[in-house]
Design a protein around this ligand. Structure first.
Ligand SMILES: *Cc1c(COP(=O)(O)O)cnc(C)c1O
Ligand SMILES: [Zn+2]
Length: 436
């Protein structure tokens, strides 16, 4: 069982009483391995077996039509799904970044190029406040940090998370101090710093940053700190469910047949599956099969490799890829991703850096969407799975773009630029041969 965190000591909340916290329909933490239940609090690993904890709910039962109407009447953000999230009912009363409600783009041009005869949609999460899907998970973690009385927000980040934490802390009035590998793309470093919180570059890769944060949590130095993706991870992770909710609502409360989802730690993929199962459970969508496909970069493909080799555990790797937002060599949710891909009839595939760049350009050229490298990974993998026949071109498919190409300009800059540079004269333009 791969648990991302190493220390056995767990932080206590800054206030003694987490007993009175009210986080909407969330009723407890439960261990994903042994089922042990604990009260809601800032803990992330089971005291019995060290398995990861997740949120257990009492979900709204009864009339799906009433729930659908309540969601439809809610705000144009993830908070419309508050009845299904671990957040208090008054969540919209406090200042927050209010992410979500991003576009689901019908990608007919790309579908034509790829030979998809069913429907193809891009869920474009570059439209979030800090231009990646991370605003969703951070928004939920901030609510937990507030409930547990933390005053400093922190994280270990592959880049996008640091920016999302910085922005959310600024808006909600927390101090922030975030940790990143020192060699990230300039766009990510600048975005992580501009919101005024503290940003620390660590001389090491993400897995080393994460290990450092786990040590900090077990030390008095880190007391009172809410690490959104470590000690607040059970809450943070639930934010990814809103991708599943939105996709289904935007499809007219229908499940897509196939989803292609990027994998870093694997949290997003596992919680999209959880979100889809919850929608079925509360009767908002029809109970029928769907298939989830995981996407990695070849230069960091521990889950893809384990899938292809038929393993149930994921052997860690040392990442080397331009898809830095997905560069986690020791993915905490890897084994759960393998289970979901196999159980739903999906698979896990990876693409090379050259294929990632190619896919970024193809998506931009066909649909006018400029994806970050993680979007190049999902579009590239979609193409590969269509070629291998694993994705059925006659079904409905949703491909996730989880970030913005402006943050990873280096990926395409060497092969993208002006067609011509000319003097400002009609003669020069004529000579360039560009008139139609
Ligand atoms: C963090 C991130 C993901 C997914 O991360 P998980 O750890 O697998 O949840 C996907 N895309 C982008 C752009 C990200 O920043
Ligand atoms: Zn356990």
């Amino acid at each position: 069982m791969a648990v991302q965190t190493t220390g056995t000591s767990q932080p206590t909340a800054p206030t003694d009483s987490t007993a009175g916290v009210s986080l909407g329909p969330a009723v407890a933490l439960s261990c994903r391995e042994c089922g042990e239940r604990l009260p809601l609090g800032p803990v992330f690993a089971c005291a019995e077996c060290f398995g990861p904890l997740e949120i257990a709910y009492e979900l709204p039962g009864g009339d799906p039509e009433a729930l659908r109407a309540r969601i439809a009447a809610g705000p144009n953000s993830i908070w419309r799904y508050a009845p299904l999230l671990p957040v208090p009912a008054d969540v919209t009363d406090r200042p927050g970044t209010n992410p979500g409600f991003t576009q689901l783009v019908k990608a007919d041009n790309l579908a034509r190029e790829l030979g998809v005869t069913g429907s193809l949609h891009i869920k474009d999460d570059s439209g979030n406040p800090t231009h990646s899907f991370k605003d969703r998970v951070v928004a939920i973690a901030v609510e937990a940090a507030h409930a547990f009385g933390f005053t400093t927000l922190s994280c270990s980040s592959t880049g996008n998370l640091a920016g999302a934490v910085g922005a959310a802390a600024a808006r909600a009035g927390f101090r922030s101090c975030v940790f990143i590998p020192h060699d990230l793309e300039q766009g990510k470093v600048v975005m992580a710093a501009v919101y005024g919180g503290e940003l620390v570059g660590i001389e090491g890769n993400y897995d080393e940053v994460n290990r450092f944060c786990s040590e900090l949590i077990g030390d008095p130095l880190g007391e009172g700190w809410g690490f959104v993706n470590v000690n607040l991870r059970p809450y943070y992770a639930e934010g990814s469910k809103t991708l599943a909710y939105e996709i289904c609502e935007q499809l007219g409360w229908r499940l897509p047949d196939q989803l292609v989802v990027p994998i870093a730690s694997g949290s997003q993929l596992t919680k999209i599956d959880k979100g889809l199962k919850e929608l079925i459970a509360v009767g908002l969508v029809e109970d029928r099969p769907y298939r989830i496909f995981g996407a990695q970069a070849a230069g960091c493909s521990p889950v893809s490799r384990a899938y292809k080799e038929g393993h149930e555990v994921v052997r860690p790797v040392k990442p080397d890829t331009i898809a830095k937002s997905l560069a986690i060599g020791n993915p905490a949710d890897g084994p759960y991703v393998l289970d979901i891909a196999r159980r739903t009839g999906g698979s896990v595939e990876d693409v090379t850096d050259a294929q990632i760049v190619d896919a970024i350009k193809q998506l931009a050229r066909t649909e006018g969407i400029f994806a970050e490298t993680a979007g190049g990974v999902t579009v590239g993998v979609t193409r590969k799975l269509l070629e291998s026949g694993e994705l059925d071109p006659s079904l409905s498919t949703v491909v996730l773009n989880t970030g913005d190409g402006l943050k990873t300009l280096d990926a395409v800059a060497p092969t993208t630029g002006p067609t011509a540079t000319i003097r400002p004269s009609l003669d020069a333009f004529r000579a360039a041969g560009l008139a139609s």
